[in-house]
Write a protein of this length. Structure first.
Length: 419
């Protein structure tokens, strides 16, 4: 048997310390050069499928777009993203956004000429709808064109079986594309071809940085530093082992945060008149798991799922009105409150700063002022590294707890006024 190569953990630790110092230098240079400025992030438009990604990509593809460059960017898109199509004629091409099928579905982007009908479905955070891609295929085929279906996601994941399976239980064919590779490569080429168009070039530079951020990609400078450090088999193995366990490490820290927050709220529960629970539907079967390792594994499992939310629920009943306030992380935008009630909650909702309500006025949603980005997974952006500092972790939890208690007490006051 060949001699087993053991990871050099001590050397790896030393290299991580070196890399940390270089990262600080790179980040300082980026700030001096203004590279941390991103209009999409500032306007909180990072993950808006329709308003940001679909709108910008459509504008670039549209021959009549405000860029005034005709088919230039569309031609690059066909060649670099839709590589399966080798004979697309740009003479009579039409690009549409939100084209409606006969079943009332809206296709994110469509590109068609006299031969092809290309439907592009874009997913950032949204889930697939039943038979969604099947309907797109039927709609394209009804136009007697060669229909091609493309499924565009952050990292090129598969569409759900329910979306691609028809009534005869047959699955339609589609091509997977990703923002992390296909769209980023196309945007970078568009940047090169826009060297004499400063406004377009700078906008695309910011969009490329947004894609890297959303898909967990580092800058080229950081990549080169990592390449230099991982330079022998033992270090490569140590780095690989660390990468494979990184999700669990983050889950462990996130579990500690939620447990700390739950503890702080539980200490005040009797005083403020609210029962503090684990997230009743999706978090740890309504209760915190005492064992730290099992708790972290449960969170890691939840984070691997596309539809799991993690957080705390505060619950009370007042005059037969069941009221719940959820404290949870919404995607990667930070912590939020979600207020739900069995009765009209217009006045209650105002106390937490309503963002949205349903038609029956029974729920409200608002941001929490304390910034926390603990979620680790496919949508890993803006991480809260403070979780790895026990003191700062407690400070984060305390800040959220203090704000939550004020909100809950404010709700109590409004309920008393309604008596």
């Amino acid at each position: 048997m060949p001699h087993e190569i053991l990871p050099d953990w001590q050397k790896m630790r030393e290299m991580l310390i070196i890399l940390s110092g270089k990262l600080e230098t790179i980040e300082s240079i980026q700030k001096l050069k203004g590279e941390t400025f991103n209009i999409f992030s500032i306007l909180k438009m990072e993950r808006l499928e329709v308003e940001t990604h679909s709108a910008l990509i459509y504008e670039m593809l549209n021959p009549n777009g405000a860029h005034s460059q005709g088919n230039k960017y569309l031609d690059l898109f066909i060649k670099q993203v839709l590589v399966e199509i080798k004979d697309f004629d740009l003479t009579h091409v039409k690009v549409l956004r939100e084209e409606m099928t006969y079943d009332g579905r809206r296709i994110d982007l469509t590109i068609k000429n006299e031969k092809y009908f290309i439907a592009i479905e874009m997913k950032i955070d949204a889930f697939d709808q039943p038979k969604q891609l099947v309907d797109y295929k039927k709609y394209g085929d009804s136009q007697e064109l060669d229909t091609r279906i493309y499924y565009l996601t952050l990292n090129g994941r598969d569409a759900s079986d329910d979306s691609v399976t028809d009534e005869q239980q047959e699955k339609i064919k589609y091509e997977k594309k990703s923002f992390s590779f296909h769209i980023l490569e196309w945007i970078e080429t568009c940047i090169e071809k826009s060297s004499l168009l400063p406004i377009i070039r700078e906008t695309l530079l910011q969009y490329a940085n947004l894609i890297r951020k959303m898909t967990g990609q580092t800058t080229k400078e950081i990549t080169m530093q990592v390449v230099e450090l991982i330079n022998n088999p033992k270090i490569a193995q140590a780095a690989t082992e660390m990468a494979q366990n990184l999700g669990y490490v983050w889950a462990l820290k996130e579990a500690s945060f939620w447990y700390e927050l739950w503890t702080l709220l539980e200490e005040k529960s009797e005083k403020i008149g609210w029962e503090i629970l684990g997230y009743e539907i999706m978090f740890l079967e309504n209760n915190f798991i005492e064992d730290e390792t099992k708790r972290a594994l449960k969170i890691a499992e939840a984070r691997a799922s596309k539809d799991e939310q993690i957080g705390i629920v505060c619950e009370k009943t007042f005059n037969n009105n069941e009221i719940k306030v959820y404290i949870y992380q919404y995607n990667t935008t930070g912590l939020r409150y979600y207020l739900k009630s069995s009765k009209d909650i217009d006045n209650i909702a105002k106390s937490i700063g309503t963002i949205k309500k349903d038609k029956e006025n029974r729920y409200a949603d608002s941001e929490i002022n304390v910034k926390f980005y603990g979620k680790y997974g496919k949508n890993f952006t803006n991480p809260s590294y403070e979780l790895f500092d026990d003191v700062k972790l407690k400070q984060l939890a305390q800040g959220v707890a203090d704000e939550a208690i004020k909100k809950l007490e404010k709700i109590n006051q409004i309920l008393l006024l309604q008596e």
